[in-house]
Structures are given as C-alpha cells and as structure tokens.
Design a protein around this ligand. Structure first.
Ligand code: ADP
Ligand code: MG
Length: 589
C-alpha cells in the first residue's frame, strides 16, 4: 500500500512531533491519578517493586508514611478511611508484603471502611506459568474473596480508570476494601504525557446520597408510633456517615434513649441524658421497638436474639442501613430503611412533624434509675489509688483525662483493657474512639494511633493491653520518626488476660499466656528518642499522661497492673470452647 500525499505528510508530522512530545510513565500516572482524586497520604512499606513509587509520590507532595510492617500500614489506611470517608491508601511490595497488607484490607472490608491496598506484583507471564519469580504470587486471585473489588492494571493508559474504579468501589454503597494489582512492568511503561493526562479520571460524587423510599419511611414511623419502650442503637456506620447533626436531632426530637456501639460512642456525649449506656442489659432486654442506625445485629449484639434480648419477646426492629442485604441478616426487620444515614434520618425527622410524642416517662424513668445505680456502684472503684493498679483505678485516671481533653483521640485494644475502658471512659465527640472493630482483632493499635494523629492533627491516647501492644509495638519507631503526638499507655499485667498462669506440666517453660515479668515497655520508646515513663499508681499515671498530652512528645507509659486483676478473654470468655474431658480429668486428680 502506498501512502497518499496528504497522509504521508501527516505521518511525517507525527514522527517529527513525537520526538518533541513529553513522556510520562506508570509511576507518574499513578501519582497523578491519586493526586487528582485528592489522595494526600499513603501508608506503606517500601521495597521491590514500589520503592521508587513511594519516592516519587513524596517528591510530588503526597505525604508518604513508611511503617515497619505492612499490616500496621494497612490498619492505618483502614482507620484513615473511617475517619475521613475517603479511601485510606496502603502501598506494599509483592507476595509477603501484599499478604501482610491483605489482613488489614479484609479488616477494613469487614468493618465497612473504605481502603485501597495497592501492591506491586511480579511478572504476569512468569506468575501465570508458575515459573518461580521473585516473590511470585497470583495476588489478584487471592485478594478477590477478601475485599469488595480487586483490579489489575496491565497498561499505563488504564491507570486513570483503575484508580477511579477503585475509589468508587471503596466509598460507594457500603464502603469496603479494594485491591489494586500493579505488575512491576506497568510502572516503567512509557506513554506520551498528553495521552496519559487524557486517560486520568476525576471521580465525580464518589458516594452519591441514597434516598430511602417514602413508603419505607412511613412504615418505619408507623412502627415507631406503636412503641412503649423504644430504643435507638447507634453503630459505627452512623459515626462513619458524618451525619452528626441528624443523629443528635433524631435522638433529641424523638426523646428515645440510645445505646452507642463502641465506635459510635461520642456521637452524642456519653453523659447525654438519653444515653442508656449504663443501663445496657436492661434496655436490650426490655425494649419493644429497636431502631438500628448503622449497626449490625452480629455477634456484638448477640445476633438480635436470645437471653440478652429477653427472649421470648415481641420486639420489632427498624433498621437504617445503606446495604439492602443487611436486612433480615439475623432476625426479621419489621421496617427496613435502605439509604444513607443522613438521608434516612432527615426523612424520619420530616415525617415526625412537630407534635411527635416522646416515649412514656415510666420507660425513661426506669432507665434513669438503673443508670444511677450502676454509675454510683462504679464511681467508688474508679477513685482507688492502689499499687499495683487494678483496671478501675487506672482507667478512672484516664477517664478524667478524656473528660478534660474531649478532642483527643482514644485508641483502645486488649482484652480486659478493652472491655473495661469501653465502659469506663466516656467519650464526648464523634469518631474519637478507635478500637478493635467488628472482628475484635488485636494489632490495630499503632496503625490506628499513627493514622489518627496524621489525619486529624489531634493528640492521641492509645490504651493498650501488653499483649495487644506487642502486635504492632515496633511502630513506636515510626511514631518517633514522624514525631507524632501519641501517648501510649501499656497496661502491663505480665501476660495475656492475666499474668499469673502456671505451666500445667510443672516444666520450666512459663505458661502459654505469660510474658516476661516486670518488663519495661517504656524503654522501647526511649530507644528511639521518645519519652518513657514507668508508673505504679493512678496518680502517677494521670500526671504522666497529662505531661505527654501537653508536650505532644511521643511517649510510652508502662502502667504496672496487678497480674491477678484480669479475667480470661475479658467479657467474651464464653466464646472459648470448654473441655468437659479436661474438667473430669482434673476432678479425678
Ligand atoms: P457496629 O459494630 O458499631 O454495630 P457495624 O460495623 O456492625 O457497626 O455496622 C455498620 C453498618 O453501617 C453496616 O451495616 C454498614 O453497611 C452501615 N453503613 C456504613 N456507612 C453507612 C452510611 N453512610 N449510611 C448508612 N449505613 C451505613
Ligand atoms: Mg496483659
């Protein structure tokens, strides 16, 4: 075929122009795509093949926070998603780094938080023929069942669309984790800069409002009107939604007592007159209509049935959730309200009109009486200044600190340390309590603390069981490296649950749940230039935390707790299987 004169000259022009056209590559397109969509922070661990990606991102003005282990970087990204309603981004190397990050991606998905795990991977040709590449793994296939969506990009021109899809999948509908697989070759692929620029996509309205159906709103109001003993349960979906005014107005206008799930604490202050937190058992048992707002009837609420719910009963559930499939997951939902929390609550508020009848006073009086009794019973124990400390004495001190510093963020994990802190430490502002979430997982501590400090700029108080702390403890170096205002209090009771167990065989190994006695976690912080303090009573603890929060210096306080104070598995010991055989054998001895 011969070229026409006209096309000949065009070809020549392209060749001539091409030599002058600017080039870009996969590295830079990815960074441009993230920046275009306002991803300002990346949490990760550098290594092959994404070391340069981190460097270039930092050079381009993205804040890149390097961790010591991918799981902690992933947990940071997950909690950043919860705090900001934008996907937290975690960047890892291939195979093992990817797998470490994947735990956090699954955790984010389980908790309905938006997160994107971006991992480098080795060459498709070698992986697919299973020829044994450096860190070979079919990462896409492995990620798929553990997240909301998983995508692989093979051409640099597709990076823009891939990032857009990842963002939309993470934040729209029920939020969750998304995996983005980037084979090493992709990053170096060269394209013309103008072609690359055109391929970028800015995601418009990534999480559109979801308005509930009008008849579903009417149905919910009809059910509510029949209630003599109504109850609202606020979950972390309500905290995530950032519809704080609507939540407050709905509670206050309806006059219905509410129970906050642990990460919904502070949506309204725990000291609010309608908080039923201190009468939890009573309201779950007695309520006749329960309005679930961004909370699931999973194990954390005994699946909405059984003794805790006062079965047999005739309770009716109203449930507000963005995920239609959540309805009837465990029990019948009399009035499902599918939509985002802001839209659903505002529709309910409109429908309630100006003459809404608040619940009968005998219901609220009963709750208030119970609250008073329970709070009075606890008050005395919170004042004790015992050495070594028990949980109540130590947490009594921390409770006062959060009361005086309500904008501080509380990170909390452990067994007894978690259970006691959740009920003892009152929260006053939304999204200030970050904990183990839906899985009850250990190891979220330092990742959450770091992301909380980075994303909010507020001081962070991390209250950690000594075992829980161990899962992410090396990140104290990260905290020092970025000089973050994080104060960690390690509740050191020499072990898991308790530090008093003995080896049943009488052998020289310590028991399976026991750690080195009298260890000094505070020295770990000193090793990296932070402040370490050892405290043995609540007064010392309070002083040390106040000093840390005033100075904003990375601080680790080793709080010596009575090794005999805790109980097995905290409040969820009943989930441990029991061995009848072991009991019989012990009785025979
Ligand atoms: P908790 O553990 O506090 O009870 P869960 O994580 O079990 O909370 O439940 C949170 C629920 O909130 C999930 O079912 C999720 O689909 C829902 N959710 C998340 N974001 C929104 C939103 N913006 N609007 C409505 N529901 C939401
Ligand atoms: Mg312990």
């Amino acid at each position: 075929m011969t070229l026409s004169k006209a096309s000949e000259s065009t070809e020549t022009n392209i060749v001539k122009d091409d030599a002058e056209r600017e080039l870009t590559d996969g590295f830079h397109l990815l960074i441009d795509a993230l920046k275009l969509n306002e991803v300002n922070t990346i949490y990760g661990v550098p290594g092959i093949p994404i070391t340069d990606l981190g460097r270039f991102a930092q050079g381009a003005g993205i804040r890149v926070i390097s961790f010591r282990h991918e799981q902690n970087a992933g947990n940071a990204a997950a909690i950043a998603g919860f705090l900001t309603k934008k996907p937290g981004v975690c960047l890892t190397v291939s195979a093992p780094g990817f797998l470490n990050g994947l735990t956090a991606l699954a955790h984010a998905t389980t908790n309905c938080w938006p997160m994107i795990l971006i991992s480098g991977s080795s060459e498709r040709e070698v992986v697919d023929l299973m020829q044994g590449d450096y860190e070979e793994m079919d990462q896409l296939a492995i990620a798929k069942p553990l997240c909301k969506a998983a995508y692989r990009v093979l051409h640099a021109e597709d990076i823009g669309i891939a990032v857009a899809r990842a963002i939309r999948a993470a934040v729209s509908g029920r939020p969750g984790g998304v995996y983005l697989d980037l084979p090493a070759k992709l990053l170096g692929q060269i394209v013309f800069e103008d072609v690359g620029a055109k391929s970028l996509v800015k995601v418009i309205d990534p999480a559109p409002a979801q308005i509930p159906a009008p008849n579903a709103v009417d149905r919910a109001l009809d059910v509510l009107k029949t209630a003599k003993k109504p109850l609202i349960i606020l979950g972390k979906g309500a905290a995530y939604a950032q519809a704080d005014e609507h939540v407050r107005n709905f509670v206050e206008k309806s006059g219905i007592p509410y129970l906050p799930m642990s990460m919904a604490k502070g949506l309204l202050p725990d000291t609010h007159p309608l908080s039923a937190g201190a009468a939890r058992s009573l309201v779950l048992k007695e309520a006749d209509v329960v309005v679930m707002v961004g909370a699931r009837l999973n194990w954390l609420l005994s699946h909405g049935k059984g003794k805790q719910w006062g079965e047999p009963h005739t309770k009716k559930f109203v449930q507000i959730d963005i995920e239609p499939k959540e309805m009837d997951s465990n029990v019948e939902i009399a009035a499902p309200l599918v939509g985002d929390i802001g839209s659903c609550l505002s529709a309910l508020l409109d429908g309630m009109g100006n003459d809404w009848a608040t619940p009968p006073s005998d219901w609220t009086d009963t709750i208030n009486a119970k609250k008073e009794t329970n709070l009075a019973r606890m008050a005395a124990s919170l004042q004790n200044n015992n050495t070594p400390m028990d949980y109540h004495g130590a947490l009594g001190a921390l409770r006062t600190i959060i009361k005086e510093r309500p904008d501080a963020i509380l990170v909390n994990e452990g067994a007894n340390t978690l259970d006691f802190a959740r009920s003892i430490i009152d929260m006053y502002q939304p999204r200030k309590r970050l904990d183990v979430g839906t899985w009850g997982v250990m190891g979220i501590g330092m990742g959450s603390a770091i992301a909380a400090a980075i994303e909010t700029g507020k001081p962070v108080l991390a209250v950690e069981g000594d075992s829980a702390f161990g899962f992410s403890g090396m990140e104290v170096e990260t905290i020092c490296r970025y000089n973050l205002p994080v104060c960690i209090v390690v509740f050191n009771n020499n072990g898991i649950y308790r530090g008093t167990d003995e080896n049943p065989s009488g052998g020289s190994d310590v028991a399976t749940t026991v750690f080195v006695k009298n260890s000094r976690y505070d020295k770990m912080m000193e090793a990296f230039g932070g402040v370490g303090v050892n405290v043995t009573n609540p007064d010392e603890l309070k002083r040390a935390v106040n000093e840390a929060m005033d100075s904003g210096k990375p601080t680790l306080i080793n709080a010596v707790i009575d090794p005999a104070a805790g109980k097995e598995s905290g409040n969820i010991g009943s989930l441990n299987p029991q061995s009848v055989v072991a009991k019989k054998r012990a009785a025979k001895k």
